[in-house]
Design a protein around this ligand. Structure first.
Ligand SMILES: [Zn+2]
Length: 295
């Protein structure tokens, strides 16, 4: 066996995130709500499930049971599920509100334009009793209070955006042929700068790439290494921890963590003599890290 040869190189990028006109308002009323994100969209190890791997399909926003959850946009109440409802499509979500929205300015997603989308609000402590399915709501209307109903271990809002369909990752009711979950930060005001650091580790002919942020959760959506693309907006990118050419190894997250770490283990990447070129994209398709290493 060859001796283990490990090289770690660090590079930091500081880029302003130019936010496009936000389609949604934050579903909570905190100042600087992005600082309350405890778990971002993407692969993670789930604390309430013994740190097993899952693809997190929304944003977790920490709060407590006095904090209001509000509609992120004008729309209508599509579904209300109370915790314990036998017909709930989201039994792990506890008290759940789903809103349906229409937008005149199309959402471009997977090479198509969509005008219908849904926002989902899970784990509510209680749901505003004035709400009923079919009701019109305006952005900012109170939907309920942050809580920990369903399967979770701390008070937070799990907030999702789905385009065109409410089908879940695991369901086969998807008629659109793509993963309907979209990174919510794509539609929210998010004015801070992202500081993303890349580091690499070489292990025999494998290449381990770690993407991390010291100070807060980040909004990574696509990672390109040479001709290999992982895109979290696709089912293929979303659901697999391991396939023939890579393994996703997220860092353990804690409920109040402000750190982010994701390691991708590329199998046999170094069998060719090509340099390794890494590009990391945020939810707005801006490059937030770009680094080339000679092999
Ligand atoms: Zn969540």
């Amino acid at each position: 066996m060859k001796p283990i040869k490990a090289i770690v190189l660090l590079v930091a990028f500081l880029l302003p995130l130019t936010s496009q006109a936000a389609m949604l308002q934050w579903p909570v009323e905190f100042d600087e709500p992005w600082t309350h994100i405890s778990s971002t969209f993407g692969p993670r190890l789930k604390a309430s499930d013994d740190y097993n791997y899952e693809f997190h399909t929304g944003l977790d926003i920490a709060g407590d049971t006095t904090d209001a959850v509000v509609a992120a946009a004008d729309g209508e109440v599509f579904r209300i599920y109370q915790e314990g409802d036998e017909d709930s499509d989201y039994p792990n979500g506890g008290n759940v509100v789903i809103l349906k929205h229409h937008t005149d300015s199309a959402i471009r997603f997977h090479k198509h334009n969509y005008h219908v989308y849904y926002t989902l609000y899970l784990h509510l402590d209680s749901i505003n009793s004035a709400l009923a399915e079919g009701d019109a709501v305006s952005a900012g209307d109170e939907l309920g209070l942050i809580g920990q109903s369903g399967t979770t271990e701390f008070d937070h809002l799990h907030f999702e955006v789905r385009v065109n369909s409410t089908c879940s990752l695991s369901s086969d009711c998807n008629t659109t042929g793509f993963e309907p979950h979209v990174h919510p930060l794509r539609f929210l005001d998010y004015p801070e700068q992202a500081e993303v650091t890349l580091s690499r580790l070489v292990f025999q002919d494998d290449f381990l790439l770690t993407i991390w942020s010291k100070h807060r959760e980040v909004d990574i959506n696509k990672i390109v290494v040479n001709n290999r693309t992982i895109n979290f907006s696709t089912r293929r990118g979303a659901v697999r921890q391991t396939n023939s050419w890579h393994s996703l190894q997220p860092g353990k997250f804690s409920t109040r963590s402000r750190k982010y770490a994701l390691t991708i283990w590329y199998h046999h990447m170094l069998q060719s003599t090509k340099p390794i070129h890494v590009q990391v994209y945020d939810v707005h398709n801006h490059i937030v890290a770009d680094q080339q290493w000679s092999n």
